[in-house]
Design a protein around this ligand. Structure first.
Ligand code: 3PG
Length: 210
């Protein structure tokens, strides 16, 4: 599990967190991000076309890793599995999700914001976490502090991260990558400005290349 998540997260400095309003946008948007150099994408289950978007991206964007995000329940986790997702991301955790994730063939990156949530995940064998909402939950300072009691845990922080503060996180040894919605601004998506989105991806990929 940990190795699987490492192979996904370590190839991504930055994971675009994407909400798809129009399913036709999924493939061109994904292609722009991949061509820009970001090939790990998280599609949030915040819209009704999200699962269809994941299916289309899996089919068309070979070589990219496509995850489902905003997974709140084991039922949604199962839907992500059926859509072909490579990984599952949750904003927070429940015992039910932790248990389900251990059995699932698709690895889960559970969302935590506190040491207690981290400890619960730790008991179930999880070693890789999303730190959410990162900026509101103490930012890079909090992740730095987690390294004291639980040195083996690694994080993908998201929530309030942009090109300007990503580096504060990425320079920490227990941060694998960062995630955020800044790579797919609503106005650009509405205008189908895929070249603009590719440029944002390129900027992030070049700046944060390992
Ligand atoms: C997430 O679910 O990871 C967040 O919605 C992304 O946060 P951001 O919009 O602040 O980048």
């Amino acid at each position: 599990r940990t190795a699987e998540l490492d192979s996904i997260c370590l190839k991504a400095e930055v994971i675009p967190v994407i909400t798809i309003d129009r399913v036709e946008d999924a493939v061109p948007m994904g292609r722009a991000l991949v061509e820009g150099g970001l090939n790990v994408l998280e599609i949030t289950l915040r819209t009704s076309c999200a699962l269809e978007a994941v299916k289309r991206m899996k089919k068309e964007l070979t070589g990219a890793s496509i995850g489902v995000g905003t997974v709140l329940t084991p039922a949604q986790y199962r839907q992500g599995e059926s859509a072909g997702a490579d990984f599952v991301v949750t904003p927070g955790t429940t015992e039910a999700l932790y248990r389900y994730g251990v059995e699932s063939p698709v690895p889960m990156l559970p969302g935590v914001a506190t040491v207690s949530e981290l400890m619960t995940g730790w008991q179930y064998g999880y070693r890789r976490f999303k730190f959410f909402p990162a900026e509101a939950s103490g930012g890079a300072k909090a992740i730095k502090a987690f390294a004291g009691p639980i040195g083996e845990a690694r994080f993908c922080p998201t929530g309030g991260i942009t090109l300007d503060n990503a580096d504060e996180y990425l320079k920490l040894p227990n941060v694998m990558c960062v995630g955020g919605s800044w790579l797919t601004p609503k106005a650009m998506v509405e205008a189908e400005d895929w070249a603009g989105i590719k440029k944002l991806a390129q900027e992030a990929a070049e700046r944060f290349h390992h």
